[in-house]
Ligand binder design. Structure first.
Ligand code: ADP
Length: 166
């Protein structure tokens, strides 16, 4: 059984992430979406919230499960015995970081494989960071995020404004 581990911050999950999960679900037998608890990045949503949104929006995609992980991605991939780590690639700007990370992980463990899916064109400009920025400025992100996330972003707008005012 071929399992892919899809790691990320998912702060919050967007339709771009979902597009990658559903397309990868047609290639792999099982996808494990892994929410990273990244202490160096201050997240808008808590780990529990990010996980809850993902569980909700992946409910209808078969063979997807959502977990959280701490520490090295390599260790998570080893423990879960996955065949590959899955990442999405939007533009050239993603490439440099992703290339570096894939190379480093390969250097740390030669069995480590990273599989990239190109983003679909309609989501190629969608990022969690950009979504939060649009919400901060009072824009509508309905086309880019699942409804549950859209609602949560509206409720968190105060926090987004507070954080940027500091
Ligand atoms: P990270 O902080 O690890 O980059 P993200 O949540 O931002 O986590 O992204 C997780 C993965 O999803 C990354 O591989 C990222 O490139 C990919 N991704 C994010 N947004 C999109 C999108 N709109 N289309 C395709 N892939 C995406």
């Amino acid at each position: 059984m071929k399992t892919a581990l899809f790691p990320g911050s998912f702060d919050p999950v967007t339709n771009g992430h979902l597009d990658i999960v559903s397309r990868a679900g047609r290639i792999f037998d099982r996808i494990i979406v892994a929410v990273a608890s990244n202490e160096s990045k201050s997240a808008l949503f808590s780990m529990e919230e990010r996980k809850k949104f993902l569980e909700h929006v992946c409910m209808d995609i078969p063979n997807v499960e959502v977990i959280s992980f701490k520490g090295l991605l390599l260790d998570a991939a080893r423990n879960l015995k996955v065949s590959a780590v899955l990442r999405g690639l939007r533009a050239i700007s993603d490439f440099e970081y992703e290339f570096q990370m894939a190379m480093m992980n390969k250097e740390l463990d030669s069995r480590f494989e990273t599989v990239f899916l190109m983003s679909s064109s309609q989501y190629s400009f969608v990022s969690s960071r950009m979504i939060k920025e649009i919400v901060r400025l009072g824009g509508d992100v309905t086309p880019f995020v699942p409804p549950i996330v859209n609602q949560a972003l509206k409720e968190k707008r105060g926090k987004i404004l507070e954080e940027t005012a500091e």
